[in-house]
Write a new protein. Structure first.
Length: 173
């Protein structure tokens, strides 16, 4: 999905090469009817919790945020329900089956500096089968007490810090 900045640079229609009409956050082609909007990409992620308020954090294997902490999850595929995404991503990233629980909230962010805008949805979840092990784009994982999370600057994304705060997590300073 193109960003507003990217759309502002479009001058001709990618379908028919006619001149585009610019509006805030969108372009349209008067010739062929194409309309493109700068919409955020949706993600679904989990606060995997276990006894005594521990939460599972993953260490990112790649950019953006390589080597920094994150919550497991990922981008919603076309035609996929967000909770299907959550379950699929945790199978791919950790090799576990989860049962989503309480919806914690959603926050906007960017996927890396200058990357596409995202809208990030978060649920609490508990593992119902499997033992978490790093896979796919996860370099490592670790359980943290909710009141002793890594410092804010050790996280890959602002929205992760924000949702952990909303959930009641406390960070090392």
């Amino acid at each position: 999905m193109p960003t507003r900045e990217e759309l502002a640079a479009w001058t001709t229609c990618p379908r028919c090469a006619a001149a585009l009409e610019q509006k805030e956050g969108s372009v349209s082609c008067p010739s062929c009817g194409l309309s493109v909007y700068a919409n955020p990409a949706p993600t679904a992620s989990a606060l995997v919790v276990a006894g005594e308020g521990r939460v599972l954090l993953t260490c990112r294997a790649g950019e953006p945020g390589q080597g920094l902490w994150d919550l497991p999850g990922g981008f919603v595929d076309e035609g996929e329900d967000a909770l299907e995404t959550l379950r699929r991503e945790l199978r791919e990233e950790l090799g576990v089956e989860v049962e989503p629980g309480r919806f914690v909230g959603s926050l906007p962010d960017r996927y890396g500096a200058g990357g596409p805008w995202t809208v990030n949805f978060y649920w609490e979840a508990r593992i119902v089968s499997g033992e978490p092990s790093p896979a796919d784009d996860v370099a490592g994982l670790r359980w943290f007490p909710h009141d002793a999370l890594p410092s804010r600057d050790e996280f890959a994304f602002r929205n992760t810090v924000g949702i952990l705060e909303l959930w009641g997590g406390r960070f090392d300073t």
